[in-house]
Design a protein around this ligand. Structure first.
Ligand code: FAD
Length: 410
């Protein structure tokens, strides 16, 4: 690889997850050359529902992308949107009610208003989106992508970035987009942690396939969620004839640990007619995938951060994965950053860009964190309750924890 010879583009995008790929694509299409550095050596592999996907560690998970994400794609990257549909991404009507406002209204774009059409979401495994973005980026001559490269730090002179430190070289750069995700090695030095919440929630997911790809749209369009006493479950269309079912429950609730095994998973499903009916004639495809939901975190850019340091996506904010807005926030920030870098920017606009992003992310984060804290508290209370909870309200029709535990012990 060429060493620090002055030939590299001045803009480096560190990380080729959703945020980095989207930023680089928008920059290249805005005539700004950039270099993308990604640690994963396998990026850009073929995609497809339930296939193996390169990218972040969770890319084989079922995703739902909020209406805001879908609209942003339609407006800014329509070719990517079209290719996602070709890849089998599903358009979901989450609440099924045409008149209802977007559940993510206060996250919506420029004017802060929900826009007609935002209520339609997109769904497909996370890796399908990154693979489609990676393919689009590969045909942009102004973007170079290097895989298998570990970003270690920044080189600075005074208050400015002058380069990116890699294991065996330093690349020249005046601007670094930190799209390295929640574990970014750069973020601790240049951002301050505002808040962090660990819900301690595990998810167990299984994909299902059915040959009935032509079944009526109503059967595939909507997302079904069951909120149980100490768990939630949802079925999510992920491609033609492909569904994912995910149970979420407390990591410390050992009695529900059986959900991570295929037999336990099937027995638990049989208690949920809303979901079982949706899976009529479907067969499991693959094992049960189980993992801990990541902690929610919010960072803000430090006043001491060097000029040219621009964090984006999970490097700055992760929200409850169940809310389906993490990707939308990442894409919206990518659009903001690309817009600022494709127009002449001075320090002042750099600062106001950061402030805008901090403010918007804070409201998204706080809402998500509140929801996560309340949910965890309720689940904890039901697990530790000596007496079964009085079951009323939204959970009244769902099986109790005791019924679920009995089914798992069978
Ligand atoms: C289980 C799970 C389910 C989710 N479901 C949804 C959902 O349904 N809807 C939704 O909107 N959001 C969801 N999210 C959130 C969404 O995945 C993130 O908000 C989004 O992917 C953020 O992308 P990112 O590019 O900022 O980070 P990442 O996707 O983490 O990308 C970071 C990239 O940087 C690379 N990298 C890291 N360190 C280095 C280094 N030192 N050098 C070089 N490269 C490096 C990584 O390999 C990776 O490719 C989910 C997250 C999880 C964990």
């Amino acid at each position: 690889m060429p060493a620090d010879d002055g030939a590299q583009p001045a803009v480096v995008v560190a990380g080729a997850g959703l945020a980095g790929l989207a930023t680089a694509l928008l920059l290249a299409r805005g005539d700004v050359p950039c270099q993308v550095l990604e640690a994963d050596g396998l990026m850009g592999q073929p995609s497809g529902a339930t296939g193996a996907h390169a990218g972040g560690p969770y890319t084989s998970q079922p995703y739902v992308y909020s209406g805001l994400f879908r609209r942003q794609l339609l407006e800014r990257l329509p070719d990517v949107y079209a290719e996602l549909l070709d890849e089998g991404a599903q358009v979901l009507d989450i609440d099924g009610s045409v008149a209802a406002p977007s559940p993510y209204g206060d996250l919506a774009g420029r004017d802060g208003q929900a826009v007609q059409g935002d209520r339609l979401s997109l769904a497909c495994p996370g890796g399908v989106v990154t693979a489609v973005l990676a393919r689009a980026l590969a045909s942009e001559p102004l973007a170079q992508v290097r895989h298998g490269v570990q970003v270690q730090g920044l080189r600075m002179e005074g208050d400015r970035i002058t380069g990116v430190r890699l294991p065996r070289e330093t690349l020249k750069a005046s601007t670094v987009v930190d799209a390295l995700g929640r574990g970014s090695p750069l973020a601790p030095d240049f951002t301050a942690m505002v808040d962090e919440v660990d819900g301690g929630v595990v998810h167990s997911t299984r994909f299902y396939r059915t040959d009935r790809v032509d079944e009526p749209a109503a059967a595939t369009e909507r997302l079904s969620t069951v909120s149980g006493e100490t768990f939630s479950a949802r079925v999510l269309a992920q491609g033609p004839g492909t569904f994912a079912v995910t149970f979420r429950y407390l990591a410390r609730d050992r009695a529900l640990a059986g959900l991570a095994a295929p037999e336990g998973f099937s027995r638990a499903l049989s208690l949920l007619p809303e979901i079982c009916d949706r899976l009529a004639a479907a067969a499991p495809a693959g094992a049960v995938i189980t993992g801990l939901d990541p902690a929610l975190l919010l960072r803000c850019v430090d006043e001491q951060a060097p000029i040219g340091y621009l964090p984006v996506g999970d490097a700055l904010c992760t929200v409850d994965v169940e809310s389906g807005v993490g990707a939308a926030l990442a894409l919206e920030d990518a659009i903001c950053i690309a817009r600022a870098l494709t127009a002449p920017v001075d320090t002042a606009s750099d600062v106001s860009l950061g402030a805008r992003m901090n403010q918007r992310l804070r409201s998204a984060y706080e809402r998500s964190a509140r929801r996560s804290v309340v949910r965890t508290r309720l689940w904890e209370a039901a697990v530790t309750a000596a007496e079964p909870a009085v079951r009323s309200g939204p959970n009244a029709g769902s099986p109790s924890r005791a019924a679920m535990v009995r089914a798992l012990l069978l």
